[in-house]
Design a protein around this ligand. Structure first.
Ligand SMILES: Cc1ncc(COP(=O)(O)O)c(C=O)c1O
Length: 386
């Protein structure tokens, strides 16, 4: 402990003038921590990988929702950032992030108005579409505002939205190309189920099968004379698989910057755990009750960790500690086999089950170099799901 009061810690954090004055021991828990060494190694590894394979990198910002991270990725060589929704894109753009691709369709008058405004201010923004009615609505709104919208056609290669690859996608591309206020920018082919397919060989097969029709669709567009500069897709789980799929021009992985327990479990090339990227994201907690020698209660429950996977947070630093959900505010630790004593007031750190929804629970992420807090970055697009 540095001896700062809570108010002093908060003042230092808000002023952003950290200069090595705070350590992890000063942080109010539960706190979202970023291990900068691991994060920077992950970013460098993905940037190197894309460069080596002649692919652009447009990492997905839904993972971090943090403009500082999006800009750090661009400084490392990314061509921009993906954003899941228009509101996320607005936050990124307002913080100087360029080359934003909104990876879900913009449907409804309010969203289209916001998309057009974004395009007016940031002409390099790309928007997704997968339906002729939506494409026409985008064109009408763009015409009224006197702007041109860059449109990427989303292909149904995963298990969610998108237009069917092949003729239906070609028809839609022809429509986009025929409209004056739309610029056909390319295709998106993202297959989330392939990313999380367990086993490297199974994952390779799943991704090749999913993206094959996208490659064929790109050929159809080329033959039809429709320019298709982009074929964007891919993920952390398939980053080294999709490079072998010809015609893919850029990767849009997200989780690689942080990693989580879910991704660790998909299996690596060597048959062991998937460890191509380091675990950089943790949640720091405090033991707030010790009812028995076997049970410790921490201040981090379902409002501190994602709960969308059949996984529980994993303690690091102390072995033999098992986490169980203890409600909104608490976690129950079985410490009978703990490798060190776990007492009231102790601080324990956990790797998270799933990074994206965990990050969305926090206002800021504390960036640590060893024990020293180097920065506290706002999760400025937290809750921006509109
Ligand atoms: C459209 C799209 N692209 C890319 C990603 C990034 O995937 P990952 O975090 O698995 O790397 C996601 C994640 O859900 C996504 O929805």
């Amino acid at each position: 402990m540095s001896g700062y009061t809570y108010a002093e810690v908060e003042r230092i954090l808000v002023a952003g003038d950290l200069r090595g004055r705070l350590t992890r021991h000063d942080l109010p828990t539960p706190a979202l921590l970023l291990d900068l060494d691991a994060f920077e190694a992950n970013v460098a590894a993905m940037a190197r990988h894309c460069r080596a394979h002649g692919l652009a990198l447009r990492p997905h910002g839904k993972t971090h929702k943090c403009p500082e991270i999006a800009n750090a990725l661009i400084r490392a060589g990314a061509v921009g950032a993906c954003a899941a929704k228009v509101s996320e894109a607005e936050v990124f753009a307002a913080h100087g992030v360029t080359g934003i691709l909104v990876t879900t369709p913009v449907v409804g008058r309010d969203k289209i108005e916001r998309a057009v405004e974004l395009a007016r201010q940031h002409g390099d923004t790309l928007f997704l579409a997968d339906h002729p009615a939506n494409v026409r609505a985008l064109d009408v709104a763009a015409a009224a505002a006197g702007v041109v919208l860059n449109v990427v056609i989303d292909l149904h290669v995963g298990r969610k939205g998108g237009v069917l690859p092949g003729e239906p996608a070609l028809e839609l591309a022809r429509l986009v190309a025929s409209l004056q206020h739309l610029n056909p920018a390319g295709l998106q082919a993202y297959a989330g189920f392939a990313s999380h397919t367990v086993g490297y060989d199974q994952r390779r097969i799943a991704s090749a099968e999913a993206l094959g029709p996208a490659v064929e669709t790109k050929r159809l567009l080329d033959r039809d004379g429709i320019a298709c500069p982009l074929l964007t897709g891919g993920s952390t789980g398939t980053y080294d698989i999709d490079t072998a799929i010809g015609s893919v021009t850029e990767l849009q992985p997200g989780s690689f910057i942080f990693m989580d327990l879910d991704y660790r479990g998909i299996g690596g090339r060597d048959g062991g755990a998937f460890r191509d990227f380091r675990a950089a994201l943790t949640v720091l907690t405090t033991v707030v009750s010790k009812p028995t020698s076997a049970l410790a209660i921490i201040d981090a429950g379902t409002k501190a960790f994602s709960t969308d996977r059949p996984l529980v947070p994993e303690a690091i630093g102390v072995k033999g500690v098992t986490y169980a959900w203890g409600g909104d505010e608490h976690g129950k630790l079985d410490v009978r086999r703990a490798s060190a004593a776990v007492e009231l007031g102790d601080r324990l750190e956990f790797v998270v089950p799933h990074c994206d929804p965990t990050v969305n629970l926090y206002d800021r992420i504390y960036c640590l170099r060893g024990d020293v807090v180097e920065a506290a970055w706002p999760i400025a697009a937290r809750g921006k799901s509109q």
